[in-house]
Design a protein around this ligand. Sequence first.
Ligand code: DAS
Length: 337
Amino acid sequence: MSNNHLPTIAIGSLGGTISMTQAHGQDGIIPTLSASELISSIPGVSQFATVQASALNQVASIHLKRSDLLAALDWAEQQVAAGAAGVILSQGTDTLEESAFLLDLLWVHEEPLILMGAMRGATAVAADGPANLLNAIQVAASNNSRGRGVLVVMNEQIHYARWVQKKHSLSLAAFVSDVGPAGTIVEGRALYFSAPPKRMTFARPAATTKTVLLWLNHLDEHTELLSQQDILDPLGEKFDGIIFAGVGAGHVSTLTAQWIAKWAKLKAVIICTGTGSGSTSFATYGYPGGEIDLQNHGAIMGGFLSPKKARLLLWIILENGLNPKVAVRDYLGSMIY
Ligand code: DAS
């Protein structure tokens, strides 16, 4: 497919439900389709763009590693250097919000990088993969999409990587942003509801040497475990940073707060809200394990960052040798006006 008047869009497939089919006699669907097979499911795609397809990986998204995403980033940058007007990565939706956020922290180009997938397998009735991929091509080919970083295109909506989350296990409308979608697709045109956002990017880590633990807080959590220093001390030593998905606006139990008081002096500790939406508080609650107590012990409040996004941001901050307090504060500042 080549037409000199049309933009070139590069599509790399990483696997996921969009590529999954069920072989005869096999239990369940598994990734089988390559990027070029996905494109062949879209009639008329050559009206919108000259499409170049590459098979990068073929796995369920929980099997992707940060190193796979760094390799996909390198591939996407090569496509832009070779003249692509936009790049698309198709992958499983289970970890798509994390891949999109991680790549957004590293994507320095004006050209859009689009992440997309499907909620239904390739052979399901009313499979959404072809429509999502056509929309992704239309968004990637649009001048309106330039300078907006990494975008997620699903279910006729466009989302910014920093806000989007998978909030439903199976619905076609699984992907939502707390602040609403960035835009939508109407008759093949990518329409945005506001100007491009502020962005903050980081140097690409050379390797994945740092480990950040993600811990979900809850009622009466592990009281027996948390009082045993001989269990917790070795655990704390194994991590370079810890994210707590706190209850409410970012709160933890008294015992967890005591543990944080020890580790926040030695490691980067970020407290997020585990509710799924909204910001942490910073200066409201004064009880042990409330945010004022935690910050007094050196913990950083994660603001609007979801726990999963905070984990990836902290990982990149640590790999870059930056001061976590300063870098997180600057990043949170880039999310709002
Ligand atoms: N839930 C499937 C999907 O959305 C599996 C995966 O994430 O790869 O593609």
